[in-house]
Write a new protein. Structure first.
Length: 157
């Protein structure tokens, strides 16, 4: 158990969200588990789950609060296949957004980002990094080949 857990407030969908996230991460080859204590009336008040070593608590807290893109969950992906898997599963029933962001069916914002993006953006060649940033701004789901092409610059350069 990690010292810090991410706490997510749902309006009656905590169990469904926990199941969805755990199944998504498992299908993408990541460790993921859930632990739902018994609740009243057959519905648990909360669900605890772990995704790739990060602890979460989902609460059926009611309609008082909703999610905002001001807080997002950032998924580091090793390659394009992993980007594609997470993107396909988490955006199912949700809303794809720009620059590798999406809102899932529960309203939680996610960033699905290849580790190669960070490497290119932090490279010493600031001109190449700028081209990568510009390319990323035009993408919805991030495409590593497109980002690398931007980094390498025009073919006639």
């Amino acid at each position: 158990m990690s010292k810090i857990a991410i706490f997510l407030w749902f309006d009656g969908q905590a169990e469904a969200a926990a199941d969805f996230y755990v199944s998504t991460f498992q299908a993408c080859g990541q460790d993921a588990t859930t632990d739902r204590p018994a609740g009243t009336g057959g519905k648990a008040m909360s669900a605890s789950f772990t995704l790739a070593g990060q602890d979460f608590i989902a609460l059926n807290g009611g309609p008082h609060f909703t999610f905002s893109p001001a807080m997002s969950l950032f998924v580091r992906c090793a390659d394009q296949a992993e980007v594609d898997q997470f993107w396909e599963r988490l955006s199912d029933g949700g809303e794809p957004q720009r620059c590798g962001w999406l809102k899932d069916r529960f309203g939680v914002s996610w960033q699905i980002v290849p580790t190669a993006l960070g490497e290119m953006l932090q490279a010493p060649d600031r001109t190449a990094a700028g081209r990568v940033m510009e390319a990323m701004m035009g993408m919805t789901k991030l495409d590593i080949a497109g980002l690398r092409a931007a980094y390498n610059g025009p073919a006639d350069a």
